[in-house]
Structures are given as C-alpha cells and as structure tokens.
Design a protein around this ligand. Sequence first.
Ligand SMILES: [Zn+2]
Length: 275
Amino acid sequence: MYIRMLKLRLLNAIAPAYFFTATIVTFGLHFYFFIPTIFQTPGTQLSAATFFHIVVFLYLMLNALGNYTMTIRHPAESANENVIPMCSPDCPDRVDAHYLLNGRHFCKLCKKVILKRDHHCFFTGNCIGNRNMRYFIMFCIYTSCTCLYSLVLGVAYLTVEYSISFENPLTFLTLLPLSTGYFFLGTISGLQFFLVLMLYVWLGIGLTCAGFCCQQVLLVARGQTWCQFRRGQLVEAHSSWRANLSDVFGTRWVLGFFLPVQTVEASPSDARKHD
Ligand SMILES: [Zn+2]
C-alpha cells in the first residue's frame, strides 16, 4: 500500500514536469524549425501564411495553457471541511481516495475533501470535480488540437527538410523502427530522430486527449462521474442531458469554448471565506 502511494506521489511530481517539458519543446520546434523552414520567404517580411500559422499555434497554446491554469486555480475541494477524515483499515476504496457521503471523496494525494470527484489528474496535480471539470475538458480539447496541429507541421517539416514522403499510408508504421535503426547506424542525425519521436508523442497525446475528452463529455451528459462509473453506481438525480451539461459548462459556455475564462460560478455556500 505504501509503495503504491509512493509511486502515485512520484507520478504526481513527474507528470507536470513532463507536460511543461513537452510544451517548451513544442514551442521551440515550431519557432526555430517549422516556421522558418516550411514558410520560407525572401527578405525579412512576414508572409500571410507565416502570420496565420503563428496566430493559430499561439491561440491553441493559449487555450491549452489557460485552461490548464484554470483547472488548478478553481479546485473542486469543499471549503467547508477542514477536518481530514480517517480511512478505516478495511476501506474498500482505491489507494488514492476514499468515498465519503453525497458524492464527496477524500483525495489522499490532494489531502482535501473533493466535491463530486471525478478523478485525480496527475498532469495538473489536482483533483477534477464539479468546479474544474469544464476547464479540464477544454484543456483536453485544446491539448489534442495543439498536438495534432504540431503533428501536421512536423510531417511537413520532415518532407521539406529531409525529403521523407508520407504519400504511402504505411510510412507512419515503418518510420519509427527504420529511423531508430538508421540513427544507431549513424545514417541520420540526432535531430531527425528526435523529430520522428516527437511525431509519435504528438500523435499519442493528441489521440489520448481526444478519446478522454469524448468519454468525459458523455459522462457529464449522463450526470455521472468517473468515480461513480468505476464503482458501478447509478446516477443519483435524473436530469436531462442539457441540464447536466449546463451544470458543468456554465451559462456562458460559448465564450468559454473559445477563451480560457471563468464561466462556472463558484457556489456561495462553498466559497472560500478569508475572515
Ligand atoms: Zn486529488
């Protein structure tokens, strides 16, 4: 039990570091390699294509990082409970949290009581519950878009710079094993091998985030959390899918879809009081 908890704590520290490293690398690759090579223009003037790419990339990044920050800034903890509940020795719950009443959980990693807890997100180092679910879903959508956009630009860069053709659909299946072999034989540069690796990282994160986002939206529409789904608990209050979605996404959801702004009102009963 202690070893598993230690592993989770380690993951809670490594995952945000991995996220920030991947973000910095993606930034660097776009501005130092992709833009100057793919959109080459004579002279120092910025072409329309270059400008368009910079705007799209920065917009996607702004939304991904903005919603990441909002997920952390608006935690789903209950501000009214300061007493840490004790877990009984025969607690059947998972190692990271145990179930209290009324959909509340005590997260052992956050050390807080979480309202309508969905899961603990290691990349943000926070629990996802009723207050930050909307930001978390938007974070997943924009991270997925940023990764898939980077993948397209990465493929274009490899085609322009290294004359790798992606016309054959099988190229993507053989690219990694062949590049690994060529790298150890000294045929291709370290940068080319690294770029090939990044294509698979972007594809992996992009598809995972998209799939995860679809799952979360379906659960939200049903009015269920991942915790309840895993425990086989049925939906407590039957509301329409529209009411469930507006409960999570707030009334100004259209604005929140395009910009990382606060659209979910904090409930006055649970608002933090600094007296
Ligand atoms: Zn947590």
